[in-house]
Design a protein around this ligand. Structure first.
Ligand SMILES: Nc1ncnc2c1ncn2[C@@H]1O[C@H](COP(=O)(O)OP(=O)(O)OP(=O)(O)O)[C@@H](O)[C@H]1O
Ligand SMILES: [Mg+2]
Length: 500
């Protein structure tokens, strides 16, 4: 083999209380896609942040295209040709998509004026060239972009002349299957152009589809380097988790007669005449394509978005819900999909974030409250296996998947009567996923009503007692668990109803 374009040798990194990487070595050849997999907190993002110059390494060496870049600054890493598509896109809300793409390197006219027209044209050219034509409006403000569009902006921003190695950190967690297909086409194109690619993902099927080699990290160490053609999901999971996992999560029906949520004739900007009920102990699954209006429905019920007509009843009583505070007072909890923007206060500790919803219900006396908080929240955080040196750790310092677990733990600990979960296992590793399924099952068993929005078909089918599918702001008839199949859900999602 020719010299690798990227060579990482014996890299170690320690944060206060956390050994994030220990003696990590890996190589990427030109024209090779190397997948990097591992549980939440295994060290994947940390390695990429070292490569792009965000963090300095404690031990080891990094060479890129023959150049020593072990202690490179972000600028030097970029100059050397390393590009990172981040797990959490960094989007400035008040500037346009095009300005986001060219932050720090705006094309200018004479006298230094920013050339907006050139910028727009450059971005359109990039989108076209990489197969994303028409998917993001260059003039749209950052804050109006969907999570998928934010990811596209992040991708286009990374791909600029001079790149030699491009790393994608969990790029598909907010993309639809069509967008994933386009991204894969792009990665194959980059590979054919002779770039080295690092691909980080929890979706092992995607990993097997796109990579040439799989490197497994566990607790900051490399536990395997496998040729993709010669391995399979089971082997990878074993190396990641160190044990076999139960693949099929099946739950028994736990629905009770009492109706917790009843939505009747609801209309809004996004919805047309939506009606459904969720009973105590029932998990009602919401299928549909990204953009069909499921997240918006969750936000209408939680009081974040308005509705123009229709009634919402909780336990038989009609409620006026105009804000999340109203919703919480009506015993509704909501774990949103977009955790960074909506779910967490990043500069606060794990325990504070996890307790936010319990707080209200507990005693007013400080000390007692703190103790009760620990008693309620501590076990949930442990059950979810949140990887953190302590409960006082700032949430921003947790790995992406562990942040997701903190968002969930908040509501799991608070125990509302109705819990809305929007993509609850997005970016969560396989082990934690099983843990989250068990917790959701337990909550339903205890009588909580659960509205589950999920784009992962196996998850929807495994957890739901009943399923409805949203297409174009309307709901399909209720599908009973025993009748539900992937095919049926997809055909409803495409607005085709039941195939005759
Ligand atoms: N800035 C930081 N300060 C302190 N600890 C950190 C920091 N960044 C990461 N860590 C810790 O280092 C470990 C590795 O985190 P990292 O983000 O690399 O995991 P990951 O493999 O990317 O996980 P995920 O799949 O959840 O994204 C974790 O225990 C994390 O809490
Ligand atoms: Mg990560």
């Amino acid at each position: 083999m020719s010299d690798p374009v990227l060579a990482v040798a014996g890299v170690g990194k320690t944060f206060p209380g956390v050994r994030a990487l220990a003696d990590v070595s890996l190589e990427v050849a030109a024209g090779e896609v190397v997948a990097l997999v591992g549980e939440n907190g295994a060290g994947k993002s940390t390695l990429l942040k070292i490569l792009c110059g965000d963090y300095d390494l404690d031990e080891g060496r990094v060479r890129l295209a023959g150049r020593e870049v072990s202690h490179a600054s972000p600028f030097e890493a970029r100059q050397a040709g390393f590009r990172l598509v981040r797990q959490e896109p960094e989007i400035v809300p008040d500037i346009s998509a095009a300005e986001n793409v060219f932050v720090g390197e705006y094309p200018r006219r004479r006298l230094g004026r920013v050339d907006h027209r050139a910028m727009r044209a450059l971005m359109l050219g990039q989108l076209e060239r990489y197969g994303f034509a028409g998917m993001v409006d260059p003039d749209a403000l950052g804050r109006t972009l969907s999570p998928a569009q934010m990811h596209l902006v992040e991708i286009v921003r990374a791909l600029k002349p001079g790149m030699k190695v491009v790393a994608f950190d969990e790029p598909t967690s907010s993309l639809t299957s069509d967008e994933v297909a386009r991204l894969f086409a792009l990665i194959r194109q980059l590979r054919a152009e002779g770039l080295g690619i690092i691909y980080v993902s929890h979706r092992l099927k995607e990993v097997l589809a796109i990579s040439d080699r799989v490197v497994v990290l566990k607790d900051g160490r490399v536990t395997g380097s496998l040729r993709t053609r010669e391995t399979d999901e089971d082997e990878i999971v074993r190396l990641m988790v160190g044990r076999e996992l139960v693949h099929d999560f099946r739950r028994d029906e736990t629905t009770r007669p009492e109706v917790v949520l009843e939505v009747e004739g609801l209309w809004s900007r996004w919805h047309r005449d939506v009606s459904f009920r969720i009973r105590a102990g029932e998990i009602l699954g919401f299928g549909g394509l990204v953009g069909a209006g499921r997240t918006e429905l969750a936000k209408v019920i939680f009081g974040e978005f308005p509705h123009s007509r229709g009634t919402i009843r909780i336990l038989g009583r009609e409620r006026t819900i105009r804000s999340p505070a109203d919703a919480i007072a009506s015993d509704i909890g909501f774990a949103p999909e977009n955790r960074k923007a909506e779910g967490l206060i990043l500069v606060r500790s794990v325990i504070e974030n996890a307790s936010m919803a319990v707080y209200r219900r507990l005693s007013r006396w400080g000390l007692l409250r703190d103790r009760m908080m620990l008693e309620r929240v501590g076990p949930v955080i442990r059950a979810l296996d949140v990887k953190t040196p302590s409960l006082a750790q700032e949430v921003s310092k947790l790995s992406g998947g562990n942040q997701q677990k903190v968002v969930l733990s908040r509501w799991l600990a608070a125990g509302p009567r109705l819990l809305i979960l929007d993509e609850p296992t997005r970016a969560v590793d396989v082990g934690a996923k099983a843990e989250i399924y068990r917790l959701i099952d337990r909550l339903a068993r205890d009588g909580m009503a659960i509205m589950l929005i999920s784009s992962e078909m196996p998850e929807l089918l495994a957890l739901s007692d009943r399923i409805v599918v949203m297409a174009n702001g309307r709901l399909s008839p209720v599908i009973e668990k025993k009748d539900a199949t992937e095919e049926m859900i997809v055909s409803h999602a495409l607005g085709k109803g039941l195939a005759a």
